[in-house]
Design a protein around this ligand. Sequence first.
Ligand SMILES: Cc1ncc(COP(=O)(O)O)c(C=O)c1O
Length: 410
Amino acid sequence: MSKKKSKVLNDNTIFHSHTLGMSTQSVHAGEDRTRYADSITTPIVQTSTYVFKNSKEIEDYTKHGKTRFEYGRYGNPTELVAERRLSALEGAEDCLVFGSGMSAITTTILALVHSNDHIVITDDAYKKTLEFCSSYLQRFGVECTIVPFGDYVALEKAIQPNTKFIFSESPTNPYLNIFDLERLNRIAKKHGVLTLIDSTFSTPYNQRPLEFGVDLVLHSCTKYLAGHNDILAGAVLGRSELVEEVRKLHKAMGGVIDPHCCYLLLRGLKTFSLRMERQNNTAMLIAKFLEGHPQIKKVYYPGLESHPHHHIAKAQMKGFGGVVTFDIKGNLNTAKKFMDSLQLCYIAPSLGGVETLITHPALVSYYDYTRKERYELGITDTLFRLAVGIEEPEDIIADIDQALKKSVKK
Ligand SMILES: Cc1ncc(COP(=O)(O)O)c(C=O)c1O
């Protein structure tokens, strides 16, 4: 992982000539040093449109390219600060935020493809992303090849003359597989295709794909970046000319983020580094605890040597993230009893917030699959995904332990 720190991308800050650490950037990046009414926080500019004083101001804006805001769907001052902060954290030239992670993903993909193009995606990408790529894009004449994650030979073979990009995630859900980003970059550059990485599970704290040559990074900011399980948001980051392509389409698609959500994203980001450090440490402690527990069949955590991609994770990540996946011994009934006995961990989808959440993929994301289909994808009756929050690690461990004990009681 490169030690390079990025600059705060805002000309109005006093830090312009310095490079800053991630915690400092999480608090300050993107904000003007002087703000409305001397407020220390960035104001929520709750407006759908912006006033022009006279015709000259309109002409200055439309004809002479003076920068200012025009209409809510085309930009907002609170949103701009959030974009600058995320750019600084990810080390990106530009960023565009959206009303959800899926809006960021679908708008970015649509901005990059035309009919008769082809794309490649790995098979354990987020379910809705896979669905969009493999079914909806076909309606517009865009073909999609799904390749097994980690099969770099199949990945390279899948590339055709009309392939526009390779899309993957790292780490993936729920097995936390890690994509070798250097290898991905080598393959993509050889064939002149773009690379898109959904980096939601790692965040810029743990991994910065752009430093490995990835073209665009996507985030569901709903998760670690906002960090409080209270908003939906998404982002795309990368080179200016690529993000600008997405911005043009975004203005027409309209999946904009609300200014108040931008404020909550900015507020969440202020503690981003602290939360990530805590969540990385807690997840590692829980993974080790589970690995030594007699009622656990298997633990999937990239920080453990037993994880098949531990060596890649060690080479390209600073920390291994706040999600631990594990399979318990027993059957569907044992799994239900375990889940129902938890007292601290909430049963809820999502990850990255301050509260610890647990999901049972078989009952939630794969409820509409047959058992056979699920097992083919490795989604067993007894598989859980734990997304740790910022509680004391020993409290989460105690909760899991007591629930495991209850799950085998007659
Ligand atoms: C890896 C990943 N990408 C994208 C998304 C979609 O994000 P959102 O729910 O913010 O639309 C999710 C949601 O869980 C996710 O886990």
